[in-house]
Design a protein around this ligand. Structure first.
Ligand code: NAP
Length: 313
């Protein structure tokens, strides 16, 4: 038998890293997998204004780096391996990665969510060539260029304000006549002089030869199409697609119960419908997806896993 862990945590964002910290402090033999880089969604965020104590001088990557260090300090093993399969059918759960097979008495799934795509022609081929899903990562490439931000939620509107520091002009393209973003976030955007909202509009197509050069918008009320072309001097412009997230549940289909949107239903005890398997963070069906709720889930999931290993395994 391979080494048997008390708990394997899948996902290295705030939920997974907090679960790891609590499991490590509880002296559980703990292994955490993160695919490429630690951090999850928050690692794509420049400022963490709404995590208590995190307002000043803390970036998303800075915060998760400290969380990872703290978990390691308590004996947690962190591995950068892509989990490719899980098998929860036996008492000992099996987690398969690109490098091998691992076994644990309990599993905490904290894989989070990924950016949703528009699904329009040109989007895939021009990703990284003007189309982006991460303002923090790519904003600086669009210094003094026009930028189109697609979406009307907290992410789109907040990142539009961030992008307005780079772009000559930032257009928020929203499919309705009212933003979904919180009032405080909307106010920041509406008070930024180089931000304008294009209402009732959706993207129909993005095109360009190597770089984004053309964007076709359709007004959903009038049916009118507008073709936006790059200025000759600019040559290109930015299109930031920030239209929400889809749960990262690929590993779980037919393995644990999911709701209609693909999130994992679980209450305060973080229990899924499979004994010994717990969920934490953005993947869980819940109202508020924030670092503060992710870390809370992580702590609760670790405590629940510890109780399971102690009393039910
Ligand atoms: P979201 O709240 O789901 O908003 C997605 C936005 O994209 C909505 O405005 C939606 O339009 C639009 N949209 C969705 N699909 C579209 C499509 N195919 N074409 C065009 N537009 C489309 O996602 P989010 O803004 O990424 O936020 C996710 C969660 O994180 C939320 O709970 C949010 O509160 C939270 N968050 C919080 C903060 C903060 O508190 N500082 C910052 C970022 C995110 P409709 O409005 O018409 O549905």
């Amino acid at each position: 038998m391979e080494k048997l862990y008390d708990v394997i945590i899948i996902g290295g964002g705030p939920a997974g890293l907090t679960a790891a910290l609590y499991a490590g402090r509880a002296k559980m033999k703990t292994l955490l997998f993160e695919g490429e880089a630690f951090g999850g969604q928050i690692a794509l965020t420049t400022e963490v204004e709404n995590y208590p104590g995190g307002a000043l001088n803390i970036t998303g990557p800075g915060l998760v780096a400290r969380m990872a260090e703290q978990a390691e300090h308590f004996g947690v093993e962190l591995k950068k391996e892509n989990v490719t399969d899980v098998d929860f059918s036996s008492k000992d759960k099996k987690v398969t990665t690109s490098k091998g097979e691992y076994f644990a008495k309990s599993v905490i799934v904290a894989t989070g969510a990924n950016p949703r795509k528009l699904g329009v022609p040109g989007e895939d081929v021009l990703t990284g060539k003007g189309v982006s899903y991460c303002a923090t990562c790519d904003g600086a490439f669009f210094e003094e260029l026009p930028i189109y931000v697609i979406g009307g939620g907290d992410t789109a509107v907040e990142e539009a304000v961030f992008l307005a520091k780079f772009g000559r002009k930032v257009y928020i393209v929203h499919r309705r006549d009212e933003l979904r973003a919180a009032r405080s976030i909307q106010d920041k955007a509406l008070n930024t002089p180089n931000i304008e909202v294009i209402w009732d509009s959706v993207v129909e197509e993005i095109s360009g030869d190597g770089l984004v050069e053309r964007l076709v918008l359709k007004n959903v009320k009038t049916g009118e199409r507008t073709e936006i072309l790059a200025d000759e001097d600019d040559g290109t412009f930015g299109v930031f697609v920030l239209v929400g997230y889809i749960p990262a549940n690929e590993l779980l289909k037919d393995k644990i119960a999911l709701d209609e949107q693909g999130y994992v239903p679980a209450g305060e005890d973080m229990k899924t419908n499979v004994p010994g398997v717990f969920v934490a963070g953005d993947l869980r069906a819940k109202k508020l997806r924030q670092v503060v709720t992710a870390t809370s889930d992580g702590a609760l999931a670790a405590i629940a896993a510890e109780a399971y290993v102690e009393h039910e395994y």
